[in-house]
Design a protein around this ligand. Structure first.
Ligand code: BGC
Length: 397
């Protein structure tokens, strides 16, 4: 197997606005933090808002030809219907800086966070949320669309919907299956309307979204495990995809880990009450790069559109010598190459994440970065995995 990837393969890294920019105080997540619902408060986070040039320079050093970032809706529309020219102007500068470095911009419009006013007055469980979201999409497509290469309307909606409407651990903190179902219906509608709108304004645009697509293993409970697998796959993947059929130019796939079914955990009352955990991992995650190949194949067979690995990475508590991440990058990319060699169209790969950042409920403890951040001084230091990814990119072209 040669290690040469297709000529136009997109080599990237991914981040999101709330997790890196800092000071997003008009966001529902900020309010959630003030209510003591998270381990840490995001505060200034990585200060990407002000240090983006330094971070883009690191991308350049890596040899990336693309970068995934997101826009913070609460900065762009801090009050209902009032758009901030200042914030839009600042995002224009960020996107221009990427262009100057020949780095394609993959832009997510909604990576889990909403303006406080939206969450208070609307929320995705209300039908009226659809028009409000599409208005925001229209505004930014008109203002910033020329600087966007790949449009990712929403990120992994099933995570914030499940956590926000069933488990109650994300905003809006509900445990209400009916609201969950309504939110699922509305957010998928908002997605489809936004997809159509972006294409009406920019017919050649590459438009899609991302799906969290981990690989599950029956854990030896063959019959029950198989049934659970089918139910969970329907819930995680199909329940959303069937609503947006025909409205994705590619399948944005986020792969992280193995979900090994363990029914003995049933009583643990943890979020993943039937999934085994690795006690040695900071988030309990089990690494399983082989699953990358399986999910690519499955998504390819089920959806028959190009696949984009929009996120892949692993949490650790290592410092600069993050050998486990090196293995993970190598092996995941081997699996991607295997799928490409078998004829599957995988258009790109993003490592999550360029740098350590604010990991939602877990705060700053889990480290996902190719670049370490000292959250006291905000100093950036490339890890061993940074140099490994740099070498892989160089040798794969
Ligand atoms: C999310 C990121 C998150 C990462 C690691 C992804 O599912 O899109 O926001 O930081 O997983 O947990």
């Amino acid at each position: 197997m040669s290690n040469i990837f297709p000529k136009d393969f997109l080599w990237g890294a991914a981040t999101s606005s709330y997790q890196t920019e800092g000071n997003n105080f008009n966001s529902d997540w900020w309010e959630w933090e003030q209510r003591g619902k998270t381990k840490d408060k995001s505060g200034i986070a990585c200060d990407y808002w002000n240090r983006y040039k330094e971070d883009h320079k690191l991308l350049e050093e890596l040899g990336c030809n693309s970068f995934r970032l997101s826009l913070e809706w609460s900065r762009i529309e801090p009050e209902e219907g009032k758009f901030s020219d200042e914030a839009i102007g600042h995002y224009r500068e960020i996107l221009q800086d990427l262009k100057n470095r020949n780095i394609k911009a993959q832009v997510t419009f909604w990576h889990w966070t909403s303006p406080i006013w939206f969450q208070k007055k609307y929320g995705f469980h209300k039908k009226s949320s659809v028009d409000i979201f599409v208005r925001y999409v229209e505004k930014i497509t008109k203002e910033l669309g020329d600087s966007i290469d790949i449009f990712l309307i929403i990120n992994e909606p099933m995570v914030p919907l499940g956590m926000g409407y069933l488990v109650g651990l994300f905003p809006p903190g509900k445990k209400n299956p009916l609201s969950f179902w309504q939110a699922l219906k509305n957010i998928s509608k908002a997605y489809v309307e936004s997809y159509k709108l972006i294409h009406s304004l920019k017919p050649d645009a590459m438009v899609g979204m991302t799906h969290l697509y981990n690989w599950y293993d029956s854990g030896g409970y063959n019959i029950i495990g198989g049934i659970l697998y089918k139910i969970s796959k329907w819930f995680r993947i199909a329940s959303f995809n069937r609503r947006i059929k025909g409205y994705q130019d590619f399948f944005g796939l986020n792969y992280y880990r193995l979900g090994k079914i363990n029914l003995k955990k049933w009583k643990s009352k943890k979020i993943n009450f039937f999934i085994e955990e690795d006690e040695d991992n900071v988030m309990g995650w089990i690494a399983y790069p082989e699953g990358m190949y399986e999910v690519i194949k499955e998504a390819h067979n089920d959806y028959k559109i190009p696949i984009y690995i929009t996120e892949n990475g692993f949490p650790s508590d290592a410092g600069l010598d993050d050998y486990s991440r090196i293995e993970i990058i190598r092996n995941n990319l081997k699996c991607i190459k295997k799928a490409i060699d078998e004829g599957i169209n995988v258009v790109g790969y993003n490592h999550w994440s360029l740098m350590d950042n604010y990991e939602w409920l877990y705060g700053f403890e889990p480290k996902f970065g190719l670049v370490e951040i000292d959250f006291k001084t905000l100093e950036r230091k490339p890890r061993k995995s940074f140099y490994e990814y740099q070498t892989i990119i160089k040798n794969s072209k």
